[in-house]
Design a protein around this ligand. Structure first.
Ligand code: SAH
Ligand code: MG
Length: 905
């Protein structure tokens, strides 16, 4: 467990006071030079600066910029401590004491000195003093509730329900105002004024300064009707010069005046003044002086949507507006709240919503399925999970990092004495457990352990959100590998999300279900531009530009741009974009472009995506619409593994693996070859350039995306006159798992399985060995995998400027393995044991070799085992299996038959 024991820091003071209600959001302040160097595969190192926004229940502050996140957080906490005037270990008053303090605070708010401060309430006081007639000098108490955090904290101490019930809050303030001897009240305490007149000097300063906006203000707001069937709509409100915005809002809500308006806490983006405004129920004004009443005391029609978003009880129709006086400026500040803003708030409630928003790619980005420090873009998993919890008003996630002795790890790793793993706990606001999970994965860096665990929890929530209608006994650790401890508390979980389920789940459930629209087969795209040969393969960081248009059937001429990115970077194969986008991009090469279309997501999501002309788009019925994507590949950075290999070896390691296979093909006069885990077809493609006597080429992989790419390159090469075309009779690509036997691949002359087994769990690698040698029974099987002992050499070669970088720890460095998709990397000893055991078991001989380096200590970069079927193992040693027994789970993806017949479905 990581313990925190520094009560003196500002963060600690804030924690002591607010606990999980304090939300720190650290944003990276983009450096203008933060860019990929065109032509260079490696991102330029730039200095990233951080700014922290600290959001407390009634105060939001923002730090300056710092080069360390920690400093930004402490600075924000310091500012908050100063603004709130908190001292460490301040005595927490009793409810009675708090009531006296509340009265004292109200008195202060109406003094001459206060009028000359920069407090946001001053704006309201000035308006009051400029009012004419009976309202002169009167301030609505909701203005006090909106502006003064001290008043808010006192009310919560008197009655903790004041936090979630604005009407109770107002009731308490009005009671205190009535009890004060220096204030007088009207409207049952809902309008307050001071009894002594303002000193003329103070009055002069106030009246001469400007109060409202400098001229008429038109601002866009959103109305959320109490009735769920009524649509959320936008409209404009007009605040006249020197007018009072609360009066204006009252008018639109058909309330008498500002004294009848209640406001929620601030919503959404930190530092905004966005709040829900709604009408106070009549009974608040008629309750007797002694009573303190809240929403629970009377029958009200709760506005479920607004209540859910704000976490407070809001009733009747509500207006979402961003307007108010702030610390920053004594003038009225305001910002439009568009439908887009509202739908972005909703989107932010989804487990992957903030990821999409942080990437400004609502219609394109997807939450990646795994975390890798080097290739991750957008907000990191830990922050996403914190935001998700915050938005659903759960307790902040608790990460506990534990040390594990490194001897338990599979890899010899002499420079570290221990590794780290992370447990995550998700608790409700009332600190009841919802989820406890501990993952067995270990990391060298604490940040990696935390990010990876947060990632898994987020992905669990993502699956859960597609099935919110599940019952208590149907909740499971979906998608969590066995062996990982993932404990759920179903009852508490269902309770926490019940309101979301009842209001929003319908629109979003289906949307979150993974859609593999272009599932099987080769997608034919109209590709523009010449094939540059530089292709985005799995693991490469690829940069694209794209536009998304909403097109309506029969109205193709009239199209709406709904999303656009000049430059969007993602790692191919990590699930970081919608599936059709990935399929498209992997068929393109650098500088090429293409278009594809998909059915539209729910209206809420389209409206969240679009900044432009939302009023138009919100009116289009979406039944006969589709989204058209136009994509161009701008840059392709080879995967880290490939970069390391290319930096060190010439010819590149991948080429050396092909040469190795060709030597064995020629020596053995093989006629048929199956490539297990053929990926994008790099081996099959290179073989076509060699003179071998192969007649039959087959590739199998589970990644349709890779197979699509493979089909494209093989098709291109076979339509030209490549050396192998003469003797080749057929080339076939299958979609299937090499863990399953398919009789069509039985008894081939040669099988290859290059750099595949490390992508499976170790147990599966074991099973694949058994299946390959006992069922597929190739005469020769060539298996290659990285040699873990060689990694230090590779990693050194790819990090030439290590000394120049004192903050190496903070920078994205190489991951534990060469490629973060690797489940393991074996030492020579581990690999040889695996291969020897298999060979003995299945009657094969095995020899070890490799490519990359001389083969002396510490061995080859890529280690290779060549299995040869022995005499003892007769063809198809297992009589029940053979070409005769029909067992063909693989799906044909693409086929080429000598001559020029070709099929792809
Ligand atoms: N052999 C190729 C690709 C190596 S990358 C080359 O050398 O370039 C590893 C590949 O193994 C990926 O394409 C992945 O989809 C595939 N793979 C992983 N598990 C698999 C399985 N169970 N069945 C089939 N393919 C698998
Ligand atoms: Mg690999």
């Amino acid at each position: 467990m990581v313990t925190m024991k520094q009560p003196a820091t500002p963060k600690a003071i804030i924690h002591q006071k607010f606990g999980s209600k304090a939300c720190y959001q650290v944003e990276e302040v983009a450096d203008a030079a933060e860019n990929l160097c065109p032509g260079l595969a490696i991102p330029q190192q730039t200095k990233i600066q951080y700014r922290c926004v600290l959001k407390l229940p009634d105060l939001t502050v923002s730090s300056g910029t710092f080069s360390r996140k920690k400093d930004a957080e402490q600075s924000a906490a310091q500012i908050a401590v100063e603004k709130l005037g908190i001292e460490a270990n301040e005595q927490i008053p009793t409810p009675e004491g708090a009531f006296d303090e509340l009265i004292a605070r109200l008195n202060i708010l109406f003094t001459d000195e206060f009028l000359l401060s920069t407090h946001p309430l001053v704006g309201h006081l000035r308006v009051a003093l400029k009012r004419e007639g009976s309202l002169f000098g009167l301030v609505p108490i909701s203005a006090i509730a909106i502006c003064d955090s001290k008043v808010n904290s006192m009310c919560k101490l008197i009655d903790s329900r004041a936090e979630s019930d604005p009407s109770l809050l107002l009731s308490l303030i009005s009671k205190a105002a009535k009890a004060s001897t220096s204030l007088s009240t009207r409207e049952n305490g809902f309008l307050i004024q001071r009894q002594n007149p303002v000193l003329p000097e103070a009055m002069e300063v106030l009246v001469s300064s400007q109060i409202g906006a400098s001229n008429n203000v038109e601002i866009e707001v959103v109305r959320i009707p109490v009735c769920l069937n009524e649509e959320v709509k936008r409209f404009q409100i007009n605040v006249p010069e020197d007018g009072y915005y609360l009066d204006v809002i009252a008018k639109y809500l058909e309330a008498r005046d500002s004294s009848h308006i209640l406001a929620s806490r601030t919503i959404g983006k930190a530092s905004s003044e966005m709040r829900f405004y709604f009408t106070a129920p009549q009974c608040l004004f008629s309750s007797s002086a002694k009573d303190v009443v809240g929403a629970t005391d009377f029958e009200v029609a709760v506005n479920k949507r607004a209540s859910y978003i704000s976490g407070q009880t809001i009733y009747g129709d509500a207006i979402l507006a961003n307007i108010g006086y702030t610390w920053r400026s004594s003038n009225l500040l305001y910002e439009d709240v568009s439908l887009c803003t509202y739908y972005r708030i909703l989107l932010g409630q989804l487990p992957d919503g903030y990821y999409k928003l942080s990437r400004e790619a609502v219609l394109t980005a997807e939450l990646p399925s795994s975390y890798s420090r080097a290739t991750w873009r957008g907000s990191v998993p830990k922050d996403l999970l914190s935001l998700f919890c915050r938005n659903h008003r759960l307790y902040q996630p608790v990460f506990s990092v534990q040390k594990v002795a490194s001897s338990q790890s599979n890899n010899t790793n002499s420079d570290n004495t221990y590794l780290l793993r992370c447990e995550v706990r998700i608790l409700s606001r009332r600190e009841e457990l919802l989820i406890v999970c501990s993952f067995p994965d270990t990391y060298r860096k604490e940040a990696d352990a935390i990010q990876n665990s947060a990632m898994k929890v987020l992905n669990w929530f993502k699956v859960y959100f597609t099935q919110l209608y599940l019952l208590e006994d149907e909740l499971h650790p979906f998608g969590i590998a066995p062996g990982e401890c993932f404990k759920l508390y179903p009852k508490a979980i269902l309770e926490e999300f019940s309101l979301w389920t009842s209001i929003f789940a319908k629109s979003f459930c289906n949307y979150l279900k993974p859609k593999r629209v272009l599932e099987n087969g080769v997608v034919l795209l109209d590709i523009e531009g010449l094939d540059s040969g530089v292709i985005p393969t799995v693991g490469s960081v690829t940069s694209v530009s794209y536009e998304v248009w909403l097109v309506r059937e029969g109205e193709e001429g009239k199209r709406y741009l709904v999303e656009k990115n000049e430059e969007f970077e993602f790692e191919v194969g990590s699930g970081a974009v919608i599936y059709p986008m990935e399929l498209c991009v992997t068929q393109l090469s650098l500088d090429q472009s293409a278009k594809f279309t998909v059915g539209p997501p729910p209206r809420e999501v389209i409206l969240a995506a679009t900044h432009t002309a939302p009023s138009d788009i919100s009116k289009i019925p979406l039944q006969n619409c589709w989204l058209e994507y136009a994509v161009k590949v701008l840059r392709v950075a080879a995967p880290m593994e490939e970069r390391m290999e290319t930096a060190l070896f010439s010819p590149p390691l991948s080429k050396q693996r092909v040469e190795f296979a060709v030597r064995h093909i020629n020596q053995s006069h093989a006629l048929s070859l199956v490539d297990f885990g053929c990926g994008s077809g790099s081996l099959l493609d290179s073989l076509l350039d060699h003179n071998t006597c192969l007649e039959k080429l087959v590739g199998v992989d589970i990644s349709v995306r890779s197979l699509t790419r493979a089909a494209k390159v093989l098709h291109q090469k076979l339509s030209k006159n490549c050396p192998m075309r003469a003797c080749l009779r057929s080339a076939v690509l299958y979609d299937g798992s090499i863990m399953d036997f398919d009789a069509r691949l039985y008894n081939f002359d040669i099988g290859t399985c290059l750099e595949v087994i490390e992508h499976m769990e170790e147990e599966q690698a074991q099973q694949f060995g058994d299946i390959a040698l006992s069922k597929f029974c190739p005469k020769i099987l060539i298996v290659s995998t990285p040699n873990y002992e060689y990694n230090p050499i590779l990693q050194r070669s790819s990090l030439p400027n290590k000394e120049e970088d004192p903050e190496e720890k903070e920078k994205p460095g190489p991951c534990k393995f060469r490629n973060h998709d690797h489940k393991f990397e074996w030492t020579r000893g581990q690999f040889e044991k695996w291969a020897n055991d298999l060979a003995t078991k299945h009657g094969y001989g095995v020899e070890f070799s490799g490519v990359g380096g001389s083969g002396d200590e510490p061995g080859f970069a890529s280690q290779i085992a060549v299995f040869k079927r022995g005499l003892s193992s007769k063809e198809g040693s297992n009589g029940s299996i053979g070409p005769g027994s029909f067992c063909s789970p693989y799906e044909l993806v693409w086929e080429w038959c000598g001559g020029n017949k070709e099929r792809g479905d």
